[in-house]
Design a protein around this ligand. Structure first.
Ligand code: G3I
Length: 358
C-alpha cells in the first residue's frame, strides 16, 4: 500500500464526503494525472474530490493546435477518469485570449480576420470540442478572463475583431453543442467590485439574448492576507443577486511575498526570482503552515455560510509541487498554496477545512 493510500485510509472522512451536502469540491488535474502516470495522485483525486477540472489540456492551443488538427487523446482520458470516479467533469476553457493559437485570429497575410471568419472558427471549435463530450462534461468555462480589473473589456484579439459580441456567440455555440451542460463566465480578481460588476454586465447581456448562463466563476488565486473576507463576501452576494450561482474555480493561497502587490493571474505579469521573494526553499515554517490553515479555515467558513449560493469550490492543483504558483509571477520558486503537500499528505489546512463542516 502506498504512503498516500495509508494516509487516506487512516482519515475518518474525505473532502468529498464532508462537503456532499454543501457544494462540489474539485481539483484541477495535469496531464500526468489524466494519464494515470502520477500514481500517488490517483487515489487522492478519486477519494477526496467530487469534481475535476483540466488544468491545461482542453485549452484551444493544446486540443486544437492547427486548423485541421485536433488532439483528443489526453482529454478523452481526462473525461473517462472523471466518469470512473463519478465526478462532475469540468471543461476549461473554450474562449480565452491566452493559450490560443495565432491562426485563430489572422488570415494568410497575417491581418486580423473579419468577425464572420472569427465566428466561423469559434463555432467549429466549440461544436467539435464541446460536442465531443456532450452529456459527459457537466459544465464549461465558456469565456475566460475577458475583463480588465476595472470592469471594462480586455482588449484581446477576440474583442478587437468582434467587440463584446464574441462572448454572446461563444455562449450560443456552447449551448447548441451541449444544451444540458452548465455554462460559466470565469475570471480572476473577482473580489474587486468593479470587475464583478463587469461580470454581471456580461451575465445580463447573455440573459437579454435569451442565452443560458449558470454561474460566474471566481478563480480565487489569493494570498495569506488579501483579499479580505469582506471583499470576497460582497462579490458572492453581488453575483447571487444577479441570479446566477457562484463557482470558485481555481482556488489557491500563495504563502510567498507578492512582488507586484497585486492578485493578478495575468500570465504576462512576470517578476524576477530572488532569495527575498523565495524564502521557504527548505520547507515551510510551522507558523506559516498554521497561518495558511487559518486562512483556509476562514475562507471555507465563508463558503459554508453561503453554500446556498455556491455550486462548487475547486483547488487549482492537487498538491503543492504541481501548482502553477511555483512559477508565477516569478519562475522557480517554492510555494505551498494547496492543501496536500509534495508528499501527497494532507496539510494542516486540509484538516482546518474539514473542521468547518463539523
Ligand atoms: O507543455 C509545455 C511543455 O511541452 C514545455 O516543455 C514546457 C516548457 O516551459 O511548457 C509546457 O507548457 C506549460 C503549460 O503550463 C503546461 O505545463 C506552459 O509553459 C505554461 O505557461 C503553462 O502554464 C499554465 C497557464 O495557465 C498558462 O496560461 C498553468 O499550468 C496553468 O495552471 C494556468 O492556468 C490558468 C487558468 O487556465 C486560467 N486562470 C489563470 C490560471 C493561472 O494562470
Amino acid at each position: 500500500m502506498s504512503v498516500c493510500t495509508v494516509a487516506v485510509a487512516q482519515k475518518k472522512t474525505t473532502l468529498r464526503k464532508a462537503f456532499k451536502k454543501s457544494f462540489l469540491i474539485g481539483a484541477a488535474i495535469n496531464i500526468r494525472q489524466m494519464n494515470g502516470q502520477d500514481s500517488l495522485a490517483k487515489p487522492l483525486i478519486a477519494n477526496e474530490f467530487s469534481s475535476i477540472s483540466p488544468e491545461n489540456d482542453l485549452k484551444w492551443a493544446v486540443i486544437h493546435p492547427q486548423p485541421n488538427e485536433y488532439k483528443f487523446e489526453t482529454a478523452d482520458k481526462y473525461v473517462a477518469l472523471g466518469e470512473s470516479n463519478k465526478q462532475f467533469v469540468i471543461g476549461h476553457t473554450l474562449v480565452w485570449h491566452s493559450q490560443v493559437p495565432n491562426w485563430v485570429f489572422v488570415d494568410d497575410s497575417k491581418a486580423l480576420v473579419t468577425k464572420e471568419v472569427l465566428y466561423q472558427r469559434m463555432k467549429e471549435h466549440i461544436e467539435t470540442v464541446a460536442g465531443r463530450y456532450k452529456g459527459r462534461i457537466g459544465g464549461w468555462d465558456v469565456v475566460n478572463e475577458a475583463l480588465n480589473d476595472d470592469g471594462t473589456m480586455r482588449n484581446s484579439r477576440y474583442y478587437q475583431i468582434a467587440g463584446d459580441e464574441f462572448i454572446v456567440k461563444a455562449f450560443e455555440y456552447a449551448h447548441a453543442a451541449d444544451p444540458k451542460a452548465e455554462l460559466y463566465y470565469n475570471d480572476y480578481n473577482m473580489y474587486m467590485p468593479e470587475k464583478v460588476k463587469g461580470a454581471v454586465r456580461i451575465v445580463n447581456l447573455l440573459k437579454e439574448k435569451g442565452l443560458r448562463v449558470d454561474a460566474i466563476g471566481m478563480q480565487g488565486h489569493w494570498h495569506l492576507n488579501r483579499p479580505s473576507l469582506e471583499e470576497i463576501e460582497k462579490s458572492i452576494l453581488t453575483i447571487s443577486k444577479a441570479g446566477v450561482k457562484v463557482v470558485i474555480t481555481e482556488l489557491d493561497i500563495s504563502v510567498l511575498p507578492n512582488p507586484q502587490r497585486n492578485t493578478s493571474a495575468n500570465i504576462t505579469d512576470v517578476a524576477q526570482n530572488s532569495a527575498d521573494i523565495n524564502p521557504y526553499t527548505n520547507g515551510l515554517p510551522d507558523s506559516v503552515q498554521v497561518a495558511l490553515a487559518n486562512r483556509y479555515k476562514a475562507i471555507f467558513g465563508l463558503f459554508n455560510k453561503h453554500k446556498d449560493k455556491i455550486g462548487r469550490v475547486t483547488f487549482w492543483g492537487v498538491q503543492d509541487g504541481n501548482s502553477w504558483k511555483n512559477n508565477f509571477p516569478a519562475r522557480g520558486r517554492t510555494d505551498y498554496p494547496l492543501i496536500f503537500d509534495r508528499a501527497y499528505q494532507p496539510k494542516k489546512a486540509y484538516y482546518a477545512i474539514l473542521e468547518t463542516v463539523k
